[in-house]
Design a protein around this ligand. Structure first.
Ligand SMILES: Cc1cc2nc3c(=O)[nH]c(=O)nc-3n(C[C@H](O)[C@H](O)[C@H](O)COP(=O)(O)OP(=O)(O)OC[C@H]3O[C@@H](n4cnc5c(N)ncnc54)[C@H](O)[C@@H]3O)c2cc1C
Length: 462
């Protein structure tokens, strides 16, 4: 009999409820021992090893409503899985019920109104594939295997953020199954408080079954990256900061630091220009002319190809431990600390990311959506990944020491989608000035905190 974390034994009553649920459920219901259970409980981060008592592989909204109602009645903990890429692993619970939406991949593109509605089991690449057929796209993330749901509900920083804002800024409506198992739609004219909270407040307010996005004309972009050797690392990062700081909205950039297979530090500067190509050639010429890169190129690329370009560096199942905060100024002192630690990166798969938030994404009023951290800045991320769990202590310890040394240069604010499962003390900083308003919305839609397996906002006391 599986045990819940609070010690409740999954008893005969729960087994009976599960049997009845299975009889009326359209999707697949899995319990420990069932074929597919082991595979389904696994998420992107190989460190996460949790065993739900029941997994509901939902086939549609009706399944989700049923799952939420039963979990609520039985007081089972409930987790929500979209694409399963959340590094904290909140998509899967120990004991209780896991609502797995990954099979819900319906999508409709309206090319005339430039809108798309997608179910929340879609991955970014699947979404892009459908919209690109019409020469359209919206901001998502930069790895195509990530889920649209978790990414968008937390914010969604990607290659189009400078021109079109974050993923959440492009959400026009959301279909939601609330804590009482009811279905509603949230948009600018209906349930406006929920619509506001879903755009940055994470999975706190209900199970989102579909998202409707604003799309934009995007086909070929001028994109790619250049990689610089250790002796140019400092100058390359300084150049990146200066160049990125003056970039037009059409240009969104990223910087990253890693070690090559021989152990040498390298710096990569990546870019995506989503405006007219001839203007992009002009804008990007200083980057192309900078230093003596080891390799790489910036060329016209189909947007969909750009979106898949980084996938190979992030296979499922590796051990992941991340530390992150926003960084406003990439000063010489910050670069020195960064490069000192880069020289001792313990795993060849680890990278340090400086993904740029810029343009439209940076200018939205911090209170206009739940996503509070509007500034021209970098999402600074120490993305530690390694293969063998034996190496965990060494990698985690290095990541923590590095983050501590960088802290004087970092903001307190952090991107909610980068938080690990131990970082409860940073949840307020993740929601920033909007925390209290989010707590009020939480009190209205989920007063009993049914949806608490996330970077949790406690319902305001009324
Ligand atoms: C390799 C990699 C690359 C990434 N790149 C980017 C990037 O470029 N830009 C960026 O902004 N972020 C990026 N991220 C972070 C990403 O935004 C988060 O990992 C996000 O949580 C992934 O969403 P998911 O649906 O795949 O994850 P899941 O683990 O399935 O979900 C994460 C959480 O979101 C909530 N949730 C998920 N689905 C629903 C739903 N239907 N209803 C309600 N709540 C839900 C739940 O609380 C869940 O625990 C990246 C992550 C990885 C691992």
């Amino acid at each position: 009999m599986p045990e819940e974390p609070d010690g409740n034994v999954w008893g005969a009553h729960d087994a009976d409820v599960t049997r009845r649920l299975a009889a009326s459920f359209r999707g697949e219901l899995l319990t420990p021992g069932d074929r597919g259970y082991g595979r389904t409980r696994r998420v992107f981060n190989g460190m996460i090893d949790r065993r739900p008592s029941v997994i509901l592989r939902c086939s549609g909204v009706a399944d989700v409503m049923q799952g939420v109602r039963v979990a609520r009645e039985q007081e089972w903990p409930v987790s929500i899985r979209g694409g399963g890429h959340g590094v904290a692993g909140n998509a899967v619970c120990d004991g209780g019920l896991m609502l797995d939406l990954s099979g819900m991949k319906g999508m409709h593109v309206d090319p005339v109104r430039r809108m798309a509605q997608g179910q929340t089991g879609l991955l970014l690449g699947e979404f892009d594939h459908e919209t690109q057929a019409f020469g359209l796209a919206t901001t998502l993330g930069v790895v195509s295997l990530t889920g649209i749901a978790g990414l968008t509900l937390g914010g969604g920083l990607g290659w189009l953020n400078g021109k079109y804002g974050l993923a959440c800024d492009n959400v026009l409506a959301a279909d939601v199954v609330t804590a009482d198992g009811e279905f509603l739609t949230a948009d600018a004219s209906e349930n406006e408080d929920l619509y506001w909270a879903l755009r940055g407040g994470g999975g706190n307010f209900g199970v989102v079954t579909a998202l409707t996005y604003q799309l934009h004309p995007v086909t070929t972009v001028l994109a790619g990256g250049l990689t610089f050797p250790a002796e140019q690392a400092h100058d390359a990062l300084r150049f990146y900061h200066q160049f990125a700081s003056g970039a037009p909205d059409e240009l969104s950039m990223g910087g990253s630091v890693s070690r090559d297979p021989e152990g040498h530090v390298t710096v990569s500067i990546t870019a995506c220009y989503c405006g007219p190509l001839d203007e992009g050639e002009r804008v990007l010429s200083p980057l192309r002319g900078f230093g003596r890169p080891l390799g790489g190129e910036i060329v016209p690329l189909p947007y969909e190809a750009l979106q898949c370009g980084a996938d190979v560096s992030f296979p499922r199942g590796r051990q992941h431990y991340w530390k992150s905060s926003y960084l406003r100024d990439l000063t010489d002192e910050a670069i020195d600390v960064l490069l000192d630690f880069a020289a001792t990166i313990p795993s060849p798969f680890t990278g340090i990311g400086l993904q740029q938030m810029t343009g439209v994404a940076s200018r939205v009023d911090p209170r206009a959506t739940a996503f509070a951290h509007r500034d021209r800045q970098y999402d600074f991320l120490i993305l530690s990944q390694w293969e063998d769990p034996v190496d965990s202590d060494r990698n985690i310890e290095w990541t923590r020491r590095f983050f501590e040394a960088m802290s004087p240069h970092l903001k307190e604010a952090v991107y909610v989608n980068n938080l690990g499962d131990q970082e409860h003390d940073r949840v307020r900083a993740a929601y920033g000035v909007n925390y209290d308003q989010l707590a009020a919305v939480k009190a209205r839609y989920d007063p009993e905190n049914i949806f608490r397996l996330n970077h949790n906002i406690a319902p305001a006391v009324r």
